[in-house]
Design a protein around this ligand. Structure first.
Ligand code: PHE
Ligand code: NA
Length: 440
């Protein structure tokens, strides 16, 4: 059977942007920003996105397009004379399952808020509402609903499912967020939210530099979907004619732009109606987005309409990311074990139905997975991919980087290769060590 591929270059870019833009931008980012004191976190995070994220993204693209395989198959095949690199790829496949287990719980919350926004059923007591729906059997049921939507798209295949769906969802997300941002920043008292988000306050850097670095690194990888093999998998469906450095830059810029746009919606609302993140109920914790922003909708005219638009945008963003998580193990089963897409998708959804339900029933486990474990696994995974691209592929990686990249872009190949060989894995390994140390 012929391996699937993207129908167009735009299709690939939108699918990759769809993967990158997600709950990381609208839900995990405000949570982490609140935990680490606002703009200081933003600055460190942006630096890591630029200096580690973009080269890391290109390393995954190079591995994927070179091998035309899922992460496990890619690393096993491209390493001459040994199959053991395949385990590094397999680690990514497992990470994808771990990610999707908590991500679909949050996805379930979004589905619920989206539906509840039509009737305004949480408007009477927005603070308590999140508490009653966030964990438990109802949360598990909505998690399954979100997972089912995800599986439905993946069942459609690369072109007919993922590419088609993201081509519709991405423009809608941007349109909805732009309209909402225009509305949010003109609300009274929006300014204090914006200044929390945008003014530079060095104090958190002094208080807990290590914690901040860890969290910012984890979030930078998470937001670009790195360290799991999503970008390896998506690039494996590419032909040779794209410029990887160009496409990678476009994807990173769009992800950051949408992140800022989401911040322009979320932070003004937090401050305009909720008095900011210092509020104990809103401050920190995975509920930050829901308690505060949903609370804001209850206080404005036509709040239901605004809320429906907001949760629709987030639902699309979440789905275009969750499909990219599910696609990793699906591609693995299809490529390596000759399983049909249908069987692979349905059986993997069955597995995540169970692990996701466990997350939905166990708040402490959920928080550990979504915060600590994600930071650890993505950092370790990306370090592995970088060492592989830099030292095992080496000059082949450079050739793949250059292929389709004209002039200026291809002159970036050599500095890219050396950073992928040296400073970047070193940075990730130090971050990983610090992560592990702080667990003790
Ligand atoms: N980048 C996605 C987000 O920001 C999350 C994600 C991580 C998706 C890893 C795929 C792989 O929500
Ligand atoms: Na993102």
């Amino acid at each position: 059977m012929v391996r699937e591929s993207w129908a167009s270059r735009v299709g690939f870019i939108l699918a990759a942007v769809g993967s990158a833009v997600g709950l990381g931008n609208v839900w995990r980012f405000p949570w982490m920003t609140a935990k680490y004191g606002g703009s200081a976190f933003l600055v460190v995070y942006l630096c890591i996105v630029l200096l580690v994220g973009v080269p890391g993204l290109l390393a995954e693209f190079v591995i994927g397009r070179r091998s035309k395989r899922n992460p496990a198959g890619a690393l096993a095949r491209l390493a001459p004379g040994t199959k053991s690199w395949g385990f590094v790829g397999l680690f990514g496949v497992v990470t994808a399952l771990v990610l999707l287990s908590f991500y679909s719980v949050v996805g379930g919350w979004i589905v619920r808020y989206f539906l509840a926004s039509f009737t305004g059923s949480y408007f009477a007591a927005p603070g308590e509402y999140f508490g009653t729906i966030s964990f438990g059997w109802e949360a598990a049921a909505f998690q399954v609903a979100f997972l089912a939507l995800t599986a439905l798209v993946v069942l459609g295949g690369v072109r007919g499912g993922i590419e088609k769906a993201t081509k519709v969802m991405m423009p809608l997300i941007i349109l909805l967020l732009a309209v909402l941002a225009g509305w949010a920043i003109t609300q009274p008292d929006a300014g204090s939210g914006l200044s929390f988000f945008l003014d530079f306050n060095p104090e958190p850097i002094r208080n807990d530099p290590i914690g901040l670095l860890q969290a910012a690194a984890g979030q930078a990888l998470f937001t670009l979907s790195l360290g799991v093999g999503t970008m390896i998998t998506y690039a494996s469906y590419l032909g040779e004619d794209n410029s990887l450095p160009f496409d990678g830059s476009v994807i990173a810029v769009l992800n950051t732009a949408v992140g800022v746009l989401a911040g322009l919606v979320v932070f003004p609302l937090l401050f305009a109606f909720q008095g900011g993140l210092t509020d104990a109920s809103a401050g920190g914790g995975p509920g930050a987005l829901f308690v505060s922003v949903a609370g804001a909708f209850t206080q404005v005219p036509y709040g239901e309409v605004v809320a429906v638009g907001f949760f629709a945008a987030i639902l699309f963003a979440a789905l275009s990311s969750s499909i990219s998580m599910l696609e990793i193990p699906v591609a693995y089963l299809v490529d390596e074990h000759g399983v049909s897409r249908r069987t692979a998708t349905l059986s993997l959804a069955g597995v995540i139905l169970v692990t996701g339900t466990v997350c939905a029933l166990t708040p402490d486990l959920f928080t550990f997975v979504a915060d600590t474990l994600v930071n650890l696994m993505l950092t370790a995974g990306l370090a592995g991919f970088l060492v592989f691209a830099g030292w095992i592929l080496g000059s082949d990686a450079l050739a793949e980087f250059d292929s389709g990249a004209g002039g200026f872009a291809s002159s970036l190949g050599v500095p890219w290769l050396w950073s992928v060989r040296t400073v970047l894995p070193l940075f990730l390994l130090v971050t990983l060590a610090v992560n592990l140390y702080s667990l003790l």
